[in-house]
Ligand binder design. Structure first.
Ligand code: HEM
Length: 434
């Protein structure tokens, strides 16, 4: 059987983690070009890793062979958030998904809509009051944080502002521990980032447990009543759901949407997206295709197998790279162009070939919530504003980790849209009020 193109190098010396994490898109582009193939191997996190950059390969990894390529229980996510669904496998994962998914579908999801609308209104209503440009990434991150803490923990900035700020700071400190060295060193007057993160985690867990025991209405009580495998599973998952990564990912998407539709050259795109809900949803798909917030996901081969016809050894890793999968020219013609029309033409009905929220049986359980949020927040921007980059020329070069966004925070100037629609249609493009 054919050997994967590329080399997995020797232990430590051959490791390419630094090169990959510095610039994952160039890392993949160079190797795709060199090997003439969208699946190749290299050493990542000191493990032989297959990099999957094609739509077909991603489907094979995440769908057809999902029982062979498994989550890694030693992943850094376990380290930081404890035992959660993210790194579980087999029956345990299926049962957790069955329980937790009920929180993010149907009735539960519908009950979130009012709160999402009010959070958008609170955060986005005065964008054109000042003539100054706005730094959009932190603005949208704040909106994402309000959404996450309000929906999952019942903590809202207008009701308990101090608690809201405290949790925001703690979850940021906890998150920073993810990317700092896992060395728990504490000395008088000094503590490592990781140690600070562990302290933040303890404080967060205390707040979370109090919330779960308070029997307040909403998500906390639904979660508390779910059949879960052990007594800490509810608090452990709540810690995961209020992770600072989620507001960052939401902000990444809103930032990319705003940039993709900014300026005089996009007047017609904004006008059409306002008037035509189908076109609007194609714009959102195209934003997620070109700028997936998260770089991808990793699996471990539980037995010898194949990917794209190449041999993959038991115990090795496989990583799908969303950015590269979404620009696979075999599926997406003119892959680097922003073309919402493709979703009503050649790629109609193919949104299941995207992997910005994962794919297959282990896709994101927050996918529908994410979709609702995007529709309301981007719809709100469209119905109320027109916008340009301010200043007009800015360096919009993207970085891809921890979430995708321009390296230099982009500045945008908003102005009230002409012929603003009534407040009854707030946040949702016309003709999409059903
Ligand atoms: C823009 C927002 C979001 C993005 C970009 C995102 C992205 C992803 C991706 C790419 C995966 C798959 C990882 C893999 O294949 O290894 C995933 C899984 C997951 N996501 Fe999200 N997510 C978002 C929002 C959320 C929200 C709001 C929640 C819930 C509070 C959530 C909960 C989860 C969980 C629990 C999993 C693991 C599912 C499993 O392993 O079975 N995500 N997400």
């Amino acid at each position: 059987m054919a050997k994967l193109p590329g080399a997995s190098g020797i232990s430590l010396l051959g490791d390419k983690s630094l090169e990959f994490y510095r610039d994952p898109t160039t890392f993949c582009a160079r190797r795709i070009e060199k090997h003439g193939c969208r699946i190749f191997q290299a050493r990542l996190l000191n493990k032989s890793t297959s990099f999957v950059c094609s739509v077909k390969g991603m489907k094979e990894l995440l769908c057809e062979k999902s029982n062979v390529f498994l989550k890694d229980p030693t992943d850094i996510m376990t380290y930081t958030y404890g035992d959660t669904i993210v790194t579980a496998n087999g029956e345990e994962a299926s049962l957790l998904r069955l329980s937790l998914s009920s929180l993010f579908n149907g009735k539960c999801l519908r009950s979130c809509t009012d709160y999402i609308q009010s959070a958008c209104e609170r955060n986005l209503k005065s964008l054109c009051e000042s003539t100054e440009s706005q730094s959009i990434y932190p603005l949208f991150k704040r909106l994402g944080t309000e959404l996450v803490l309000g929906l999952f923990l019942n903590v809202k900035p207008d009701e308990t502002p101090e608690l809201f700020e405290e949790i925001t700071q703690l979850s940021t400190l906890h998150w920073h521990g993810l990317i700092s060295a896992p060395v728990n060193i504490k000395m008088p007057m000094w503590s490592s980032g990781y140690c600070t993160a562990l302290e933040a985690k303890d404080k967060l867990m205390k707040i979370i447990k109090e919330k779960l025991e308070s029997r307040e209405e909403g998500f906390v009580s639904c979660l508390h009543e779910l059949p879960l495998p052990d007594e800490n599973a509810d608090s452990q998952h709540l810690l995961l759901f209020i992770s600072a990564l989620i507001p960052k990912a939401l902000s990444s998407l809103l930032t990319s949407f705003t940039l993709a539709l900014s300026g005089p050259s996009k007047v017609e795109v904004r006008r059409r997206a306002r008037a035509d809900p189908e076109y609007f949803s194609h714009v959102l798909l195209e934003v997620q295709r070109l700028w997936p917030p998260v770089i991808g996901g990793r699996r471990i081969a539980s037995q010898d197998s194949t990917l794209g016809g190449y041999h993959v050894t038991k115990g090795s890793a496989a990583m799908y790279v969303s950015y590269a999968v979404h620009r696979d020219p075999e599926v997406f013609q003119q892959p680097d162009e922003f073309l919402p029309e493709r979703w009503s033409g050649r790629n109609a009905g193919q949104e299941n070939l995207l992997c910005s929220l994962g794919n297959g049986p282990r896709n994101c359980i927050g996918a529908q919530l994410n979709h609702t949020f995007l529709k309301i927040a981007c719809g709100y921007l469209l119905q109320h504003y027109d916008w340009d980059l301010g200043p007009e020329t800015q360096n919009l070069q993207y970085k891809w980790l921890p979430v995708s966004r321009p390296v230099i925070p982009p500045m945008v100037q908003f102005r009230a849209v002409q012929n603003q629609v009534s407040s009854q249609t707030d946040g949702i493009p016309q003709n999409d009020q059903a």
